[in-house]
Design a protein around this ligand. Structure first.
Ligand SMILES: Nc1ncnc2c1ncn2[C@@H]1O[C@H](COP(=O)(O)OP(=O)(O)O)[C@@H](O)[C@H]1O
Ligand SMILES: [Mg+2]
Length: 369
């Protein structure tokens, strides 16, 4: 049930033609007859059969999208003008951009130059920092939600945004977001966080330079297993952006690149430099350390490695205790007690248990059960 072209919304906005489509409905170019200017109108499509509760939830979600967006005035955050409920469904009126989504750009023109991608990333990161500062999480950063113009990139679609203290869908324990762009910890059920939005930005920029998604056609579970297997993230076209992507796509949110350093690194690459140039000397007079993207705990590519071996390596399980051979001295160095696994190793173990059949688990994990 899509509104016909020419439909007059709220006795004011005349729908002219569709300019985009997403998971929630259609975005129209429309004319605001009161202020005599063109605007974009997002028409939320509701399934034909919808119970009251879900309808109320979708209306609330759209209002939340409007509210979240209106809280932040930033050149890279879409400007919302109005939210309307009409025809028993919600509509959002916003600035109309002469833009293509990053998804469209990649589909039509292939992968982006790393410098161009870095500039888009720098601007979108600016938007994320502005919304995070207001206690808002976007939760759905992906190429179709980034609009790109000649010299401006804009983050749109705050439909899944969470405001601090917001109840409702967040509490239902549902993982919201788009496969391939949701941070690994969220797939495993952790709460959304600013670091999760940064991972999604990393995955978005990865798609922009490589021309294909990080996960390819794999299922979410297989993709997660691949990420945690210790294999390096395959990158062939990222060039100077590679260290930034590597550090943004860290599985452990604690060691993921933070937004301040990410901003600096993206700005350097966008300006034609390298992500890892030294910082300008600080006021303290002490030399500032070179910013290096901390390397992943990943092993070098080794095609012949069996997945189970790779996961065992990633878990850093100590080698199994050797049986004493006949005639071997009793004075052999005692085997140290096994160290308690770190939080990160436990995290990895959980991922492996969730994603891989038991026969592929490393022996240590099988023993522990
Ligand atoms: N303000 C806008 N101006 C121009 N095009 C837009 C605008 N907002 C969205 N679009 C287009 O519509 C598509 C879907 O919009 P989006 O807000 O992501 O909807 P959904 O919630 O359905 O995913 C975008 O990918 C983009 O191509
Ligand atoms: Mg969208």
């Amino acid at each position: 049930m899509r509104a016909p072209s020419g439909y007059l919304l709220a006795a004011r906005y005349r729908l002219l033609e569709p300019v985009g489509r997403g998971g929630m409905g259609t975005v129209w170019r429309a004319h605001d007859e009161l202020l005599d200017r063109d605007v974009a109108v997002k028409e939320v499509r509701l399934p034909a059969v919808l119970d009251e509760e879900l309808r109320a939830e979708l209306c609330a979600r759209t209002e939340r999208e409007g509210r979240a967006t209106a809280m932040v005035a930033h050149p890279s955050v879409i400007t919302v003008f109005d939210v309307v409920t009409e025809d028993d469904r919600p509509w959002i009126v916003m600035e109309l951009l002469q833009a293509k989504s990053l998804e469209q750009l990649i589909l039509e023109g292939g992968p982006l130059h790393p410098r161009k991608a870095a500039e888009i990333g720098r601007q979108i990161l600016g938007a994320l920092r502005a919304v995070h500062a207001k206690g808002i999480l976007h939760r759905d950063v992906k190429p179709s939600n980034v609009l790109v113009m000649e010299d401006r990139a804009v983050l749109t679609d705050f439909g899944l945004a969470a405001l601090e203290g917001d109840v409702s869908i967040t509490q239902a324990g549902i993982v919201l977001g788009s496969a391939g762009y949701i941070a690994p910890e969220r797939v495993l059920g952790s709460k959304a966080s600013p670091a999760g939005d940064l991972w999604s930005l990393g995955a978005t920029l990865y798609t922009a330079v490589e021309g294909r998604g990080l996960h390819g056609r794999r299922t979410a579970a297989a993709a997660l297993a691949a990420l945690t297997s210790g294999e390096p993230i395959p990158m062939t076209k990222a060039g100077p952006l590679a260290p930034v992507l590597d550090a943004l796509l860290r599985i452990d949110p604690q060691t993921r690149l933070d937004s301040v350093r990410a901003s600096l690194m993206l700005a350097r690459v966008a300006a034609g430099g390298s992500a890892e140039e030294p910082l300008a000397p600080s006021g303290s007079g002490r030399p500032t350390p070179v910013i290096t993207a901390p390397s992943f705990a990943r092993r070098p590519a080794h095609r012949g490695l069996h997945r189970a071996e790779a996961t065992a390596a990633a878990l850093a399980v100590p080698p199994p205790r050797q049986e004493r051979r006949q005639g071997e001295g009793v004075h052999r160095k005692r085997v140290e007690p096994r160290p308690t696994p770190s939080a990160y190793a436990r995290f990895k173990a959980t991922v492996i248990k969730l994603c891989l059949p038991r026969r592929f688990w490393p022996r240590e994990l099988r023993k522990r059960g």
